[in-house]
Design a protein. Sequence first.
Length: 336
Amino acid sequence: MLTAALLSLTACAAPATSPQSPATTHPPSRPPSRSPAGAAHTPGVTEGIGKLGRFRTARTNLTVTEPARTGAGQPRRLLIQIWHPLAGSPGSSAKPATRPLPLIVFGPGFMQCGGPYGDLLRSWASAGYVVAAVNFPRSDCRTGAAATESDLVNQPGDVSYAITALLRRGVSRLLGGRINPREIAVAGQSDGGDTVAAVAANSCCTDRRVRAVAVLSGAEWPAMPGAFFARPPVPMLYTQGSSDTVNLPGCSVAMYRADPAERFYLDLIGADHTGPYWGTNTYERIVARVTLAFFNRYVLGHRPAGRAMRGSGNVRHIARLFSHGGGNLSRGPCLT
């Protein structure tokens, strides 16, 4: 499926061979408070990891070269746009947070870069996650008429290599070398959703470092080698607009029903293909809260986050959250 290319050229950043100076933003809610002196660096409420708006954020770019691999041909140059939390109060200097932080790697849609998703990605970073959007080299916002969906089969490898690159000491110095290798999630929208679905559930591309996956209006890409759901994958959340004519709801429902274990389906009533993920609106705020609660539950291991998912995902006439294969959902057609 094709994500509309609206705003694609203005929204993507130019490639960088070294990190840019961070652009700092402040969270939408109350300023962060400092942990007590001498407090242990533990996840959760001690440092506010997982709380929306807890941290100021900064954004920077990183470019890495992925070595040639089978099927992908030449080495691939990946521009990674990174949103990350900052330590300290609003009046302090802009320094990266010092605790080992959880990581979310994000895959944008066809002919897109991370920019249009900036509000959503920034919200995750404001809760203490490092968020890295991988701009796929043969289908991102910079490729223009040369963009091709045939390269989608190589994109799961891009996501896995981005994880590897960010965990390496020489690359992760960008964030003080502070990414927690045991707290990793992936997410993606449209073709980026197809990509991360393969990282989670296709035998071709499964990455065992990933603990949770959010597929935002995605599908099983038919050309992907290997088999989907041949073995139980990690917990997965599907979000889908009921009025999406690009990625039909049947595509998300089919994946949701394929394996009813730790599965969740956020039905966004009346939403289209990109509205819930671009800019700030009612749908986007629901998606931000539900996805964050999902990551908190399955990446950070916060059990109370399950209740937060249900509370944020059930909004009268706007959204419904289903789980474990249940729910009044019609398994309609899926055209990719």
